[in-house]
Design a protein around this ligand. Structure first.
Ligand code: SAM
Length: 235
């Protein structure tokens, strides 16, 4: 069947389909990979639409790419994205040459993510970047605790509760928000990131949002809508 992905376990697929159905949605696939739909709108992971952002000049201007720089340590860094979503932030980091492990706990989103990476691996202009991305279906807090060696960077972008209410949220993203849970344990997530012993933790927040778990960062890089709070750790 077109778009069939051999590396997605059947048990995960069944669980994801049930979860989508419970939210009144359908998880399906075509030649472009897996997608989620309510019959009218359709959402899928799609790194192709980000290709203008990974051209070298554009990439160097990305706040997240700047936030991931560590003085005296050259790329490739090892990066652990504990709240992967559809992997767009991690895609920018992988395009900058870093090796990224992406952890997603929602079965539907995990499948959309794996599918998007698989599609990108088969696309010549994206394949090199996609080869540096490895997705896991797991809870980020537990995975951070289980890491055998400390990554250079941990990236956290738990859904900010107010995003759910925002009228500015694109209609397609509202589909995802029907299945995605806002972060219920900010403290646990940030503590697990610190305990994993990275050189740096980067937390993505709305530009005017509060600090994650109310912990003040060492510095922030802020754009119009988004802010990256950075915590530097000694090693
Ligand atoms: C705002 S989205 C991340 C978007 C992502 N930064 C991107 O660029 O596409 C947050 C995601 O984190 C996931 N998430 C929240 N808590 C998690 C946890 N403890 N472990 C793994 N994933 C988690 C949610 O299911 C959701 O898909």
């Amino acid at each position: 069947m077109a778009g069939e992905l051999t590396d997605i376990p059947q048990s995960l697929l069944e669980r994801a389909r049930e979860e989508a159905l419970a939210a009144g949605l359908t998880l399906s696939h075509d030649e472009g990979g897996f997608y989620l739909t309510d019959g009218a709108l359709l959402v899928r992971g799609d790194f192709m639409r980000m290709r203008s952002r990974i051209k070298q000049n554009a990439l160097n201007r990305e706040l997240l790419v700047k936030a991931a720089r560590i003085k005296g340590i050259a790329a490739p860094l090892s990066i652990f994205d504990a709240t992967a979503g559809l992997g767009e932030d991690s895609f920018l980091l992988a395009a900058a040459g870093h090796n990224v492990v992406l952890c997603e706990r929602n079965p539907v989103i995990a499948i959309l993510l794996v599918s998007a990476i698989e599609q990108a691996r088969q696309t010549p202009e994206l394949s090199e970047t996609a080869a540096r991305m490895k997705a896991e279906y797991a809870d980020g807090v537990q995975s951070l605790r289980d890491l055998e060696s400390a990554p250079d960077v941990v990236l956290l972008d738990p859904m900010f509760p107010e995003r759910r209410k925002s009228a500015a949220v694109k209609k397609k993203l509202q589909l995802l928000q029907r299945i995605e849970m806002p972060c219920d344990d900010e403290q646990g997530l940030l503590e697990a990131a610190f305990a994993a012993g990275p050189r740096k933790i980067i937390v993505k927040r709305p530009a005017k949002g509060p600090y994650l778990a109310e912990r003040k960062p060492d510095y922030s890089l802020a754009g119009k809508a988004i802010r990256f709070d950075c915590y530097s750790l000694p090693r």
